[in-house]
Design a protein around this ligand. Structure first.
Ligand code: ATP
Length: 270
């Protein structure tokens, strides 16, 4: 990887790009994944590159859904594996522990590799990255079910994964698949920097936030919910209004744009 000095003002962003470029070289990330990342970065600029209160609230409800679910599943693609394998492992582990301590019948939080641009080599490479990081029970190499309403390889999934899940976390997903999962009666949690994306609008709960920031926030919020009753968690989920939250995020972007003064746009201030 290129040696980027940690003092560079765009260090985190440049590192993320490096990880994705490396992911393409290693056969983990698709080339189209680089473009998807660019769209995300643009929205992150507009959001101020921080976790908004709206995303934290959504993370709390997402955590409640993951703790209450009969069979929660996280769907992982090449961008997620390249950028956030460690955060995926930490989330899987903590949600599993909390579900065990709550006495859930099936406490596992299943991780399944699902690709828009599916090749068997890519699924294998992503599975290896996740396993090497400590993610357990990774599904996706032998799909034996299909998401209804989708064509070709995009529809493939596993019977013991997405097909039998009641709650599916999709950190980065294409809008078609997000809509198809919802139409299949799955409860969908999305992470997407673009509040206008079909994925963001199709989900029951959307964290409008950057993936590597958002996954640890779900862990933090799940920890806060450790001793809350099932009933309290259920009322958090039923009380959630995702479209209203998306409107608030759009308001934040619009306020930020209109309040940016000439002083902030002065080259001296950049
Ligand atoms: P949709 O089909 O949902 O309307 P889209 O065509 O933009 O939207 P894709 O190109 O399939 O969707 O996926 C890219 C999406 O992922 C973008 O909405 C982008 O904001 C989001 N994204 C990319 N990188 C990140 C990231 N690191 N964290 C969060 N979101 C991201």
């Amino acid at each position: 990887m290129t040696d980027i000095p940690s003092s560079h003002p765009r260090y985190a962003s440049l590192k993320a790009r490096e990880r994705l470029v490396e992911g393409v070289r290693a056969g983990i990330t698709s080339q189209a994944g680089l473009i998807a990342h660019g769209r995300g970065e643009a929205y992150d600029y507009l959001l101020g590159e921080r976790t908004l209160e709206e995303a934290r609230e959504a993370a709390r409800v997402a955590a409640a859904m993951l703790l209450l679910a009969d069979r929660p599943v996280m769907s992982v693609n090449g961008n997620v594996a390249a950028l956030a394998a460690k955060q995926v492992k930490e989330l899987q582990e903590r949600i599993h522990e909390l579900r065990v301590s709550r006495g859930m019948k099936e406490p596992a939080f299943v991780v399944e590799v699902n690709l828009f641009h599916r090749t068997e080599d890519r699924v294998k490479a992503i599975t290896k990255v996740l396993r090497d990081q400590g993610v357990v029970g990774v599904l996706g190499e032998q799909p034996n079910a299909r998401v209804p309403g989708l064509d070709h390889a995009r529809a493939l999934c596993s019977k013991s994964g997405v097909a039998s899940a009641d709650v599916v976390l999709i950190p980065l997903e294409d809008g078609d698949r997000a809509e198809a999962l919802r139409a299949w009666d799955k409860h969908v949690i999305a992470i997407d920097l673009n509040p206008l994306a079909r994925t963001s609008r199709a989900a029951h709960v959307t964290l409008v936030d950057e993936l590597t920031r958002a996954l640890p926030v779900i862990v933090e919020e799940a920890n806060e919910l450790e001793h809350r009753s099932q009933r309290t968690l259920a009322s958090m989920v039923t009380g959630w209004d995702n479209p209203a939250m998306l409107v608030r995020v759009l308001g934040r972007i619009s306020d930020r744009l209109t309040s940016l003064g000439a002083d902030q746009l002065d080259p001296e201030g950049i």
